[in-house]
Design a protein around this ligand. Structure first.
Ligand code: PLP
Length: 359
C-alpha cells in the first residue's frame, strides 16, 4: 500500500478496511453486504446507533447534544447553518483563517448578512488571529470558525471561550483528533472523509437548545430538528459510509480512545516539524509555530523547481498526495489518524536524503 498523505479523502485505518472486506459479502450471516441492507432493518439500525453511541463516548459529547449523520458534505453545512440560524435582521460573524472559512462565509451570505470578526488573510493565513467572543455586537446571530485549516496547515490550539452568541465549528479536518470543550460549542460539523471514515456522511453535533431556535419554516430536509426527530433516518442515509464510520469508532476505542489518537497526532506532527526546523532552511514551514496543525503539515522548498523535483521523486518513491493545494502551492503532508507513525518516519527519512542529495 502507498504512503498515503492525501488531504482528504485520505487513508482509512487498515483494520477498518480489513473488517469491511471480511464482512463485505455476508454481513452477520445476512447473506448481504451492509450497503445492500434496508436502512429500516435492525441489522443496519444497530450499526447506525452504535456509531452514534461510540462517537458520543470517544468525544465525550454531553446529552444536551444530538449527533446527526447528514449528507452534502461540510459544504452543505456552510449554508444549512445559515438557513437555520441566521435571521434576516442579523449577521453571521466569521473568523477567517483560510479558504474553507472564506467559502463558509460566501455560502452563508446567500441567506443573510455576514461580517468578518477577525482574519489572518494579510499574512497569507499562516497564523490564527486573536478573538474575543465575550463582547460581540447585538446583531451577531452566531460565530463561525474553522478549527483546522486543511489547505494552509494551521489549527486553533484551543477553541476560544464563548460569549453569549452560539459558536459553530467546522471541524472537518481535525475531528476525532482533539478534545472538544463542549461548553464553548453549539454546533460542530465535519465531513467524514479525513478522520472519521469515507466521503458521503457528514457528522453534526448540535446543542438541542440551539436547534430549538431555528427558522421553523424551512423544508424538513434542511431542518436539523427534523433530522434529529427522525434520528438521521428522515431519508435514506449513506449507509455504507456510516458503516465505515462505525468501524472507525471501533478502531479508535480499540487503540485506546481519544487520548491515544491525540498522542499519535502529536507524535507524528512533531516528527515532521522537528525535521523541518532542523533542516537549516532547506525546508520551511508555512504556519507560524504557535498555529501549526497536527493534521496538515505545509512546507516549502527554496525554489519551485526544487519543489517540483521533490514532489516527482516522492511520488516515484511511493508517497501519495504531498503536493500543496493548488491555491497555495508548495508541499503538504496530511497525517490524519489512519496514517501510521512508520509512514511518517519514512517521509522524514525521504526528506532528509532529498536534502542531502540536493544541497
Ligand atoms: N471544511 C474543511 C476544513 C475542509 O478541509 C473541507 C474539505 O477538504 C471542507 C470543509 C469541504 O468538505 P466537503 O468536500 O466534504 O464538502
Amino acid at each position: 500500500r502507498a504512503f498515503n498523505f492525501n488531504a482528504g479523502p485520505g487513508p482509512i485505518p487498515e483494520p477498518v478496511l480489513t473488517k469491511a472486506q471480511q464482512e463485505m459479502f455476508n454481513f452477520e450471516q445476512s447473506g448481504a453486504a451492509v450497503m445492500e441492507l434496508s436502512h429500516r432493518s435492525s441489522l443496519y439500525e444497530n450499526i447506525h446507533f452504535k456509531a452514534i453511541d461510540q462517537l458520543r463516548t470517544i468525544l465525550q459529547v454531553p446529552e444536551e447534544f444530538e449527533i446527526l449523520f447528514l449528507q452534502g458534505g461540510a459544504t452543505l453545512q456552510f449554508s444549512m447553518t445559515a438557513q437555520n440560524f441566521l435571521p434576516k435582521n442579523k449577521k453571521a460573524g466569521f473568523v477567517l483563517t483560510g479558504s474553507w472559512s472564506e467559502k463558509a462565509m460566501k455560502e452563508a451570505s446567500a441567506f443573510g448578512g455576514t461580517t468578518v470578526l477577525a482574519s489572518s488573510r494579510d499574512s497569507n493565513y499562516n497564523s490564527i488571529p486573536e478573538v474575543d467572543f465575550s463582547s460581540l455586537p447585538d446583531d451577531i446571530a452566531y460565530v463561525h470558525l474553522t478549527t483546522n485549516n486543511t489547505i494552509f496547515g494551521t489549527q486553533w490550539p484551543e477553541i476560544p471561550a464563548r460569549g453569549s452568541k452560539p459558536v459553530i465549528l467546522d471541524m472537518s479536518s481535525d475531528i476525532l483528533s482533539r478534545d472538544i470543550p463542549w461548553e464553548n460549542v453549539d454546533l460542530a460539523y465535519a465531513g467524514a472523509q479525513k478522520n472519521a471514515g469515507m466521503a458521503g456522511v457528514t457528522l453534526v453535533f448540535i446543542r438541542k437548545s440551539l436547534m430549538e431556535t431555528a427558522d421553523s419554516t424551512l423544508p424538513p430536509s434542511i431542518s436539523y430538528s427534523q433530522h434529529a426527530d427522525k434520528k438521521s433516518l428522515y431519508n435514506t442515509p449513506p449507509t455504507g459510509a456510516i458503516y465505515i464510520t462505525k468501524l472507525v469508532t471501533d478502531w479508535i476505542l480499540e487503540i485506546g480512545g481519544l487520548d491515544a489518537v491525540k498522542k499519535r497526532a502529536e507524535e507524528k506532527s512533531g516528527i515532521l516539524y522537528e525535521m523541518i526546523d532542523d533542516s537549516g532552511g532547506f525546508y520551511s514551514g508555512h504556519a507560524e509555530p504557535g498555529a501549526r496543525s497536527n493534521m496538515n503539515v505545509t512546507f516549502r522548498l527554496k525554489t519551485e523547481e526544487l519543489e517540483n523535483k521533490f514532489l516527482k521523486e516522492a511520488s516515484e518513491y511511493g508517497f501519495m498526495g504531498l503536493n500543496g493545494h493548488r491555491s497555495v502551492g508548495g508541499c503538504r503532508a496530511s497525517i490524519y489518524n489512519a496514517v501510521p507513525v512508520e509512514h511518517v518516519h519514512a517521509l522524514k527519512q525521504f526528506m532528509e536524503s532529498f536534502q542531502k542529495n540536493n544541497s
